[in-house]
Ligand binder design. Structure first.
Ligand code: F55
Length: 838
């Protein structure tokens, strides 16, 4: 990196084709990029060529902001947040950058001469699917808010060559297709090979005495992998701040296998190259048993070591030593996936920078903070000692030492309590030995947080109870939030316009201002236009559905939507039980007056999760039978939209009337889709789980369709010996519905197909669908009635939007900044030859 003294103001550019924001300059720039980057004349340019030319045109306009931001951070020696996450599900960049720069209209005009619409070019972008779901998307929303709030921040992660698989549906079943998001190039990233770092794996350690007579440990690795950073600018909304998302790609070290190569072992050398490149090759889907997957641990250590080395390099550029490291960096662990960082920072400080243990530990503990995202015990990460010790021998030693010193302290607090010791230990020694990553994260962090109020309470009472007892002051809640820039402004321009017309545009940065909409709930004209807007959006979605899956749906029906990863605890199959109940009622009473509904599902199942895949098959089977039943007459439609992702989310949240948030109480840590629906004017049917509780508190109980057991009731019922068969035998309608599914009625007479699913519910039902069934059905009847009174429904929808201010990720990030990271905004001044944002 150039030192601040040696940096010079780039003398080449005064206002020109790469910085100007007016329509004419952008038009010129587009033609220029089409020729000089894509190598195409306008008459031969494909849609993708035009997209690429436009993307580069916009990237050009980000660059001065980005470089100025980084230069300012260096000069001012700021405190920086590093968000370490194995996943960043950012979604397409183009539209968001246009909005944040404030040049959407200018670009729309500039593009029109190509004969294409801006929206078509926006749709051309392949989204980077570098995440599974909520956790990865949260990281992306947080980067948006960090930049918008002008906080110095870096998002560190992995540049997977293949992101989350694309989903196709064949004969009702999920089929996974490789996600080739990089095949046409990625105009938003810049590789920085000069900032590459090396990461060791395998081998052994040895001790030695250094020149000062100190005992030290040295790691002789089996192989070394190089990490190359790829940087993407993350621009804030109408500010000059552009932070960096720095994703690491793994490559072979040229130098490492020359010995082999020169000895003639060409294939051995190539093997090493292949293995090195595999590390960042593919994103692991969640809900897969990954304990045994060594490559996953390699991924985690790889990106964490690269990122910490990168911070240290930047730090030493500005500071004489690492003594102040924890004062300049706050490192957030997005779940336990990067928690090996605790041991890695210790290694770097002790082995490489020769700190003594206590000083290194002080710095480490004051650097990290840990966010937990799950209460499911089976989802807590642990690595078999055998794998861990073989792959990361030096880190294994350090973890033993951390644990040893930690347990020595514990013994003083709890003398003679061996149970306590083994429950708190970082090493699980109850059977096969494991490293418990959540324990490492808790011991090595200054702060620990859950992602919704209930979730944090349950962490304290349950999953992390022993740690809460030890250091209660470390624990706090940070309820999740989502960025209104992507999830309202970009995805729902019609609603954005309607809101802004009434209350101005301040709400985009201060979502609490949506409260101003409450003044318009009694305005009949406003409600009319609200309904027209919703209808138009639903009609757009109906067209899209017809195009994608060839099903015709009526935009005047109630759009009842459940989109999220497919998991038993999320209970998509409870939704199906409701659909089959309505169908069964209509079969018995064809003239029954019900509110016509369109049920829309979307979501991916982990490739190895049999029950989740069977749920997808069930949804599609029920959809087909109902669709082909003429007696239903369009009163019920069921659609499973394949390949749910960020791009499709942006289409579907604005079009929903009803948001399904129906997880078993105590299982969904927070949920964030629940927030996206509600801020787009959908009402929620939900359990008292995750952030649903807080959403209901904000919008008011009268605006929320509540059903189901509470967490306490779930626990109590389990403790008393829950028996789903009682519900099966005592509820006639429920029994009829389960029997219908079990009979083969939806599977062309094949009564074995859905047997595992039905039997699981009747005999085990770990997520208590049968216990919540009647309450759900009754609640849905209330929904149907409420929808019939459209004036009433509109009032509720408007109030929902008006009261969602709390759920902006800006609020979440402000709380992290003040209560965990202790970082402050830094204003970025652009050089005066750069045109300010519109
Ligand atoms: C990804 C990889 C692994 Cl190995 C395990 C889990 C995941 C993952 O995607 N988890 C996830 O998305 N968790 C969700 O986090 C959201 C953000 O905090 C929560 O809203 C949601 O409740 C939780 O399930």
């Amino acid at each position: 990196d150039p030192s601040p003294e040696s940096t010079f103001v780039c003398p080449i550019i005064i206002e020109d084709d790469r910085t100007g924001l007016d329509t004419e300059t952008i038009r010129r720039a587009l033609r220029d990029n089409l020729l000089y980057i894509q190598g195409k004349l306008p008459e031969l340019a494909s849609k993708n060529d035009l997209y690429m030319a436009l993307a580069y045109t916009i990237r050009d306009r980000l660059l001065q902001r980005w470089l100025t931001t980084q230069q300012t951070y260096l000069k001012k020696d700021v405190r920086t947040v590093c968000y370490l996450s194995a996943e960043f599900l950012v979604g397409p960049h183009l539209a968001n950058n246009l909005i944040n720069l404030g040049i959407y209209e200018q670009v729309q005009k500039a593009v029109s001469e190509s004969g294409l619409k801006l929206e078509e070019l926006i749709a051309q972008e392949e989204e980077p699917g570098l995440g599974n779901g909520g956790l990865g998307r949260l990281a992306a929303c947080y980067l948006d808010s960090l930049s918008t709030l002008e906080i110095p921040a870096i998002g560190y992660g992995i540049r997977y060559e293949f992101g989350i698989f694309d989903q196709e549906i064949h004969d009702g079943w999920q089929v996974e297709i490789t996600d080739k998001w990089l095949q046409y190039g990625n105009p938003w990233e810049i590789a920085r090979p000069e900032a590459g770092v090396e990461v060791k794996f395998g081998g052994y350690t040895e001790s030695y005495t250094d020149e000062n007579g100190n005992y030290r440990s040295r790691w002789i690795p089996d192989y070394v992998v190089k990490g190359i950073p790829y940087d993407t600018p993350i621009l804030g909304y109408r500010v000059n701040t552009a932070n960096t998302m720095r994703l690491w790609k793994s490559e072979a070290c040229e130098s490492f296998d020359f010995g082999r190569f020169n000895r003639g072992d060409y294939y051995g050398a190539v093997d090493n190259k292949v293995h090195s490149e595999n590390i960042s090759k593919v994103l692991y889907p969640n809900d897969e048993p990954i304990q045994g997957k060594e490559l996953r641990l390699e991924q985690q250590y790889f990106f964490v070591s690269c990122s910490l080395q990168d911070m240290i390099r930047i730090h030493l550029h500005e500071n004489p030593s690492l003594n102040s490291f924890h004062q300049k960096w706050s490192v957030q662990l997005n779940d336990t996936h990067p928690s090996v960082g605790v041991a890695e920072l210790m290694r770097l400080l002790i082995d490489v920078h020769h700190f003594d243990w206590d000083k290194a530990w002080f710095i480490t503990q004051n650097t990290f903070a840990y966010t937990n995202h799950t209460l499911l015990p089976e989802a807590l990460e642990k690595w078999p000692l055998s794998i861990f010790g073989r792959l990361l021998p030096r880190l294994m030693e350090i973890i033993y030492e951390i644990n040893h010193r930690f347990l020595d302290k514990i013994r003083i607090i709890y003398p003679h309590d061996d149970g306590k010791i083994s429950r708190l230990s970082i090493i699980d020694e109850s059977g096969e030995k494991y490293v418990r990553m959540a324990h490492l994260a808790c011991v090595g962090s200054q702060a620990i947080n859950g992602v919704a109020a209930l979730h944090t309470e349950l962490l304290k009472k349950d999953v992390l109870r022993n740690f809460y007892e030890l250091f209660p002051e470390k624990f706090s809640n940070k309820t999740n939030g989502v960025t209104p820039r992507r999830w309202i402004v970009s995805s729902n321009p019609r609603l954005t316009f309607a809101i802004t017309e009434k209350i101005g545009e301040n709400w985009i940065k201060h979502l609490e201002d949506l409260r101003g909409l409450e003044n318009y709930v009694d305005d009949g004209e406003f409600r009319d236009s609200w309904r027209r807007i919703k209808y138009d959006i639903k009609a757009d979605l109906a067209n899209y559905i017809d195009k994608k899956v060839g099903i015709k749906v009526d935009p005047s029906t109630l759009f009842d939507v459940q989109v999220k990863r497919i998991h038993e605890y999320k209970r998509q199959h409870l939704n199906v039980l409701h659909i089959v109940t309505l169908y069964h009622r209509l079969k018995n009473n064809p003239n029954l007056d019900i509110t016509p509904r369109t049920f829309i599902f979307g979501g991916k199942a982990a490739p190895g999760y049999f029950m989740a895949k069977l749920i997808i098959k069930l949804i599609n089977s029920v959809a087909e039978v109902i669709d082909n039943d003429p007696t239903i007459g369009g009163r019920l439609k069921v659609v499973f939209l394949p390949d749910y992702n960020v791009t499709f989310g942006q289409r579907v949240y604005p079009a929903a009337d009803l948001s399904e948030q129906i997880s078993t109480a105590g299982k969904e840590a927070s949920g964030t889709g629940n927030m996206k629906f509600s801020m787009n004017g959908a009402l929620t049917i939900g359990t008292l789980d995750g952030a649903n509780i807080e959403i209901r508190e904000e919008v008011g109980a009268e605006n929320f369709f509540l059903f189901g057991l509470t967490t306490e009731e779930v626990y109590a019922k389990k403790a008393a010996g829950y028996n789903p068969q009682e519900y099966y035998y005592h509820n006639e309608e429920l029994r009829a519905v389960l029997d219908l599914i079990g009979s083969g009625f939806f599977s062309r007479g094949d009564s074995s197909l859905f047997r595992p699913l039905v039997d699981n519910l009747i005999y085990d039902d770990p997520y208590m669908l049968l216990a919540d069934y009647q309450s759900y059905i009754d609640c849905q009847e209330g929904v149907g009635r409420a929808y019939k009174d459209q004036e009433h429904w509109s009032r509720l929808a408007i109030l929902n939007v008006a009261r969602m201010g709390k759920f902006s990720s800006d609020r979440s990030i402000r709380q992290y900044c003040e209560e965990i990271w202790r970082v402050q905004p830094v204003k970025i001044e652009l050089p005066d030859y750069i045109q300010a944002n519109a």
